[in-house]
Design a protein around this ligand. Structure first.
Ligand code: FES
Ligand SMILES: [Fe+2]
Length: 432
């Protein structure tokens, strides 16, 4: 449970909010590289943390992210002309390079003027199929993170993004909440039996125990937690890692998430699978994987979970019953939704654009949820109080999600010996 004040502190990420400023101190994924305009193409407007930006590539292929509002008097750079080495605002013709250099100011003849000013652009990187940007103060730019999926080429990686019409924290909660899997995804997990996909093999055991033992530790990168389910005289330990401010390494070990606010009431839910040995990024494996979890384009569009459909009539909300199929449910499906992605989204969206956490009743099943609140609030409070930001500049390449069978008396932390534990605050508890 959180007070209204703490909930706002955690959830709001606009430019002038503590959490918004904390988020801007980290490198964040903006969009898929496949959605960035081609070299010299038309600029593309995107919303991120409640601000508008324009992504573009110059004729050399260098990517850039501009503030959407022209440095001069704020006309949108989404309207700008693509002119080889820069974008030219159509209002008075000021022209900017992707690195912020001002190339021309036709209504100010003195060339020294443009040499004294800089365009509003942000550092970007291309890695792991994603365009990343750093939106914070120039003198505080952190090292660029290196995740294992960044070492794989397109053939060995799947990138997918679902747009969810709710606050980002609600989506992250679902990613650190093992106990819902057995219930909400019961029908989806039943479909994993005998399916050859790696994802199916790694999740099929979760059909059988709705109250796993859960423990969580605070770490230097955020926290990790385990859900342990019995498997005869042994148990299966699934460890997920939350990496501040909005990343999760899934226990499957080959799946990574970023949940990036578009604004306070919408987020981009990026998924990355990678596999050095299999060409999962190619057909038919790519579509098989995406369709199995409901991340294929037609299914996302059916529920209004793409950038193009999230504001249209398809978008799930209370007026259309979240697009739940009651006939299908009556016929035996547990939820009446197409797959995992829609089931998760329906639960997240249906609790309100920004969930009221003064009205919840957390149980022993929710140890990781409490830990998530603490991690996020620590970031926001550090900024608010002028303290060093936790988890900044931590080397994240060693942070994993993982899953394995262990003995009944074996410590699950042995599976993640390279995680730096700050405190083992939460003790074992069986979800009630
Ligand atoms: S507003 Fe862009 S050049 Fe004037
Ligand atoms: Fe889920």
């Amino acid at each position: 449970m959180l007070t209204k004040q703490d909930n706002d502190l955690m959830c709001r990420t606009g430019q002038d909010t503590p959490m918004g400023q904390a988020m801007r101190r980290f490198w964040l994924p903006v969009m898929h590289l496949s959605d960035v305009p081609a070299a010299g193409g038309d600029p593309k407007e995107v919303e991120l943390l409640g601000e508008h930006f324009v992504a573009w590539r110059d004729e050399q292929g260098c990517a850039g992210l501009f503030s959407a509002y022209c440095l001069h008097r704020g006309a949108s750079m989404a309207l700008a002309r693509a002119e080889g080495d820069g974008l030219r605002c159509i209002y008075h013709g000021w022209k900017f390079a992707v690195d912020g250099a001002v190339l021309d100011t036709p209504n100010v003849a003195d060339p020294k003027f443009r040499e004294r000013i800089r365009g509003r652009t942000f550092p970007v990187r291309e890695a792991g199929g994603l365009l990343w940007a750093y939106l914070g103060p120039r003198d505080a730019e952190p090292a660029f993170p290196h995740y294992p999926f960044m070492d794989e080429d397109d053939a060995h990686r799947i990138n997918a993004c679902a747009v969810a019409n709710c606050n980002y924290v609600q989506v992250i909660e679902g990613l650190v909440d093992s106990s819902h899997l057995t219930v909400l995804h019961a029908s989806g997990l039943a479909r994993t039996n005998g399916v050859e996909l790696d994802f199916a093999k790694k999740t099929t055991h979760m059909q059988f125990e709705a109250s796993p033992l859960i423990e969580a530790d605070e770490t230097d990168f955020g926290f990790h937690y385990v859900a342990m389910r019995s498997a005869g005289d042994r148990r299966v330990a699934r460890i997920a890692s939350f990496i501040a401010p909005c990343f999760v390494a899934n226990p499957n070990g080959d799946l990574w998430f970023a949940v990036v606010p578009v604004n306070d009431e919408r987020c981009n839910f990026f998924h990355v699978w990678w596999n050095a040995d299999k060409r999962i990024g190619e057909e038919p494996l790519r579509t098989q994987q995406l369709a199995f979890v409901g991340l294929d384009e037609p299914t996302l569009a059916k529920y209004g979970m793409t950038a193009a459909t999230c504001e249209g009539p398809a978008a799930m909300d209370w007026r259309n019953g979240y697009r739940q199929d009651r006939d299908r449910q009556r016929a035996g499906h547990f939820t009446g939704f197409d797959s995992f992605t829609q089931e998760d989204a329906a639960c997240s969206i249906s609790s309100g654009a920004i969930r009221d956490r003064s009205q919840e009743m957390l149980s022993t099943a929710d140890i990781a949820i409490s830990r998530l609140y603490r991690s996020l609030l620590a970031c926001a409070r550090a900024v608010r109080d002028g303290q060093p930001l936790p988890a900044l500049n931590v080397e994240v390449g060693r942070v994993v999600g993982t899953s394995a069978e262990i003995g009944m008396d074996e410590d699950w932390r042995g599976l993640v010996p390279h995680h730096n534990i700050v405190s083992s605050g939460a003790r074992a508890a069986r979800a009630q």
